[in-house]
Design a protein around this ligand. Structure first.
Ligand code: URP
Ligand code: ZN
Ligand code: ZN
Length: 459
């Protein structure tokens, strides 16, 4: 059935206009004032509301075997949580570890999503080793529409690559025109500092941050930038958490390195005191890079407002209380990760827009458009234009609510953002023209999501 979204304030990067949006066959076919309503058209009144392009989370983990366990969500649960929060596309990290075959891993990750996700999705393909078959496997994966790679400089002997492997990955990425995303922490320093702290009897979650200090992230960020500089590849730092690492990235950018920056929701809103809470309460807030000293948040918000932090993701990675307790005897064994897929847009709107830290342009850019452009989805996704996919979020800025594990849809028994107020929420969310969410409830079609095939564009 056709869909008409009437009289909303349409927000895209560089434009705000009061108009109607007409949708046929999954696609926007008309934008204008007082559009006609043909028979058999579903009409949504968006008067008094903002209409955004579907939001894009560029960094999530749904299927993830990691730290002796598995992240809790499936694509059924994760995609519904995403949609309720206004995210209509996510990009999942496909993460086979060093002992797995990369291509088999890629097929496995795809099979977990296919027919299960209610929103559209794509993958970043992790390169966790570089052996003789890697180049041909990566070529096949890119030809299949996965045009971004991921490397980890952290997680030694599991996901982590050494400098030689990083060089080979970046050199191939440059030839293929593929952007490389990177988790930037020095694996050797993390391993040494973990050993030292544990030997001193410092085993609680409060020691996770000191085991991966800001300098360790700044070193990883700077090293990644230097490798980009010397290969000519385009990079994207994931979950940048602190001012020191930001300086490393922006210094490189200033000298012409093609480096882009993502920070994630927890680092804007939570600080290291959360991980210093006693026992499991602290463990719930262990992620890597760790939550940092509070002063870093102002630096992240300012860089986001100015556009030098490009995107806001979540690094959604839910482990429940029982799983977190795997680390009760040592922080080294606490599964790293905090869920956030459902809360990103509303908390960014609340703390960015409602608190005056961001303007609407930057909000929509950071939460949708910039990711679409960097990752080969634009203008199909990330904007509202004739011929774009009809992924639309009718947003009620007057809604008031509270984040809580009691009401969230993520498959986890806690929320990292428990008790935080939200000032704004999607009232209608569509995926390719089909209403999937109304007022906090999933009302759509499970399994509707499609894998998005992307072309390399970073030559
Ligand atoms: O703590 C985190 N970030 N967990 C997920 C894995 C990763 O490093 O992205
Ligand atoms: Zn990471
Ligand atoms: Zn991650």
């Amino acid at each position: 059935m056709a869909l008409l979204i009437r009289n909303g304030e349409i927000v895209t990067v560089g434009s705000r206009v009061q108009a109607d949006i007409y949708v046929e066959n999954e696609t926007i076919t008309g934008i204008g004032k007082d559009l006609e309503t043909p028979p058999n058209t579903e009409v949504i009144d968006a008067s008094g509301k903002l209409v955004f392009p579907g939001f894009i989370d560029p960094h999530v983990h749904i299927y993830l075997p990691f730290m002796a366990t598995f992240a809790k969500d499936t694509h059924e649960t994760g995609s519904i949580a995403a949609l309720i929060g206004g995210t209509t596309t996510y990009i999942e990290m496909c993460c086979p570890n060093r002992n797995d075959d990369a291509f088999e891993g890629y097929q496995l990750w795809k099979s977990k999503a296919e027919g299960k996700s209610a929103c559209d999705y794509a993958f970043h393909m992790s390169v966790t080793k570089f052996v003789k078959e890697t180049e041909s496997q990566l070529r096949q994966i890119v030809a299949d529409g996965t045009a971004s790679f991921k490397i980890f400089l952290a997680y030694k002997n599991f996901f982590g690559v050494d400098d030689g492997e990083m060089y080979q990955t970046l050199e191939l990425a440059k030839r293929l025109g593929v952007i490389v995303t990177a988790h930037c922490e020095n694996a050797e320093l993390v391993a040494r500092l973990q050993q030292k702290l544990v030997a001193e009897g410092k085993t609680g979650p409060e020691w996770h941050e000191p085991s991966r200090p800001e300098s360790v992230e700044a070193e990883g960020t700077g090293r990644f930038a230097t490798f980009l500089e010397n290969t000519g590849a385009t990079g994207y730092v994931v979950h940048l958490s602190c001012e020191k690492a930001l300086h490393a990235a922006l210094g490189a950018k200033a000298r012409g390195v093609k480096i882009n920056v993502e920070s994630v929701l927890p680092h804007f809103l939570l600080d290291k005191s959360y991980a210093e809470r006693p026992g499991v309460e602290g463990m719930k807030h262990v992620m890597s890079p760790p939550l940092r000293a509070k002063h870093n948040q102002a630096a992240l918000w300012n860089a986001l407002a100015g556009g030098s932090i490009d995107t806001v993701g979540t690094d959604h990675c839910p482990f429940d209380t029982g799983q977190k307790l795997l680390g009760k005897d040592s922080f080294v064994n606490i599964p790293n990760g905090i869920p956030g897929i459902e809360d990103r847009v509303n908390l960014l709107y609340t703390h960015g827009m409602q608190r005056g830290r961001l303007d609407l342009d930057r909000f929509v850019d950071a939460a949708s458009t910039r990711a679409a452009k960097l990752f080969g989805l634009y203008p199909r996704k990330g904007t509202i234009a004739v011929a774009s996919d009809a992924d639309l979020v009718v947003y009620d800025t007057n809604y008031r609510g509270v984040v809580s594990a009691k009401s969230h849809h993520v498959n986890n028994d806690y929320s990292g953002f428990e008790g935080m107020l939200i000032e704004g929420r999607p009232s209608v969310v569509t995926v390719r023209g089909k209403v999937q969410v109304r007022d906090g409830k999933f009302v759509g079609e499970r399994g509707r999501g499609k894998m998005l095939k992307r072309e390399p564009s970073h030559f």
